[in-house]
Ligand binder design. Structure first.
Ligand code: ASP
Length: 328
């Protein structure tokens, strides 16, 4: 009897210790108290004469999204969680072209793409062409963590979402009056290339980088078209050796220039700084009006270059910076 009591006592004392794996203990030990988070809500032709109320509402949404990520990182959360939760927020705000605010295809449907990447070990997950998933970034994370694959598309991705217990929604969930008008205006050539893809990159207090991007793609795209956002190395990339990158803009151009990976490659192979590498791609390799990117490196330096008139964006750091912006 006494030995059973001893055993139970030991179990109760040791249990909390047992639930920490060696990796978690290492992680806690390496906490630096330094973090950086950068977000974007799309780049494009954003008129400077935007009504004040519209401008205010974009800036408020950006601040809200940034605060979500900052709180996670400041409380010792991981860059991966910060990236997913920030993008989850954007995916519920109809002003942004992701989740509920996804743009229309040429056939009046919605097809969404997303990707997430963990800079610790290059783990990544992505989905393309999903039509019933309210949070494509979370499905991308499940593909990364719970499937042997990197990219799942169309109904295969949705069947996997269902199997993993994610709630699917009817296609009408993504019908918003603003995007409908934008689609009609685009067809009448009244709407210029405005993008609203969302992205987030972060460095957490354990020195780990993560990147994520979520989008409805480009207005009036052909059904079946997949852009740069879910393609690892094109619209999304993270590697603890160099940087984390999320892109926004004309996806076909970003695919041809393998933009996100190239920022990392210029740093790794040509020893450029984050700013030099990001500027090189956006201002020298791409053309005016192609788009922009956000990036953070392993030291917490960040870059947010764009060659369009504006890019919805923001940055927060552990040293107290907290800024949201639209134009230069
Ligand atoms: N890059 C996205 C795509 O081509 C669109 C955007 O960023 O606005 O699908």
């Amino acid at each position: 009897m006494k030995s059973i009591i001893n055993y139970v006592f030991l179990f109760i004392v040791l249990f909390p210790i047992q639930i920490f794996t060696q990796t978690q203990i290492d992680t806690i030990r390496n906490r630096t108290n330094k973090y950086t988070i950068v977000i974007h809500g799309g780049a494009g032709t954003i008129s400077k004469s935007l009504p004040d109320s519209v401008k205010k509402s974009y800036l408020e949404s950006l601040s809200h999204a940034l605060q979500i990520g900052k709180d996670i990182l400041a409380n010792g959360g991981t860059s991966l969680d910060a990236v997913e939760k920030v993008i989850n927020y954007f995916e519920t705000d109809p002003k942004f072209n992701a989740g509920i605010g996804a743009v229309y295809t040429s056939e009046g449907t919605h097809e969404m793409d997303a990707a997430i990447m963990d800079g610790r070990d290059l783990s990544c997950g992505a989905v393309a062409g999903v039509q019933h998933v309210p949070h494509p970034i979370s499905l991308a994370r499940i593909v990364m963590e719970k499937s042997p694959h990197v990219l799942l598309a169309y109904d295969g991705a949705e069947r996997f979402a269902q199997k993993m217990g994610l709630k699917l929604v009817p296609p009408e969930y993504f019908d918003t009056p603003e995007r409908y008008k934008q689609w009609q205006d685009y067809k009448k050539k009244l709407e210029e290339g405005k993008h609203g893809t969302v992205g987030c990159v972060a460095l957490d207090e354990y020195g780990n980088l993560a990147a994520g991007t979520s989008t409805g793609g480009m207005t009036n795209k052909m059904p079946g078209r997949i852009g740069d956002s879910p393609l690892i190395g094109d619209g999304t990339y993270a590697n603890n050796k160099t940087c984390a990158v999320s892109c926004t803009g004309w996806g076909e151009k970003f695919i041809k220039h393998i933009v996100a990976f190239n920022v990392s490659a210029l740093m790794e192979y040509k020893k450029m700084s984050l700013k030099q590498a990001a500027d090189d791609i956006i201002y020298k390799q791409l053309q005016p009006n192609d788009g922009g990117l956000i990036a953070v490196d392993k030291k917490g330096n960040y870059a947010m270059p764009f060659n369009t008139t504006g890019m919805f964006r923001g940055v927060a750091t552990s040293s107290g910076k907290f800024e949201v912006m639209i134009w230069k």
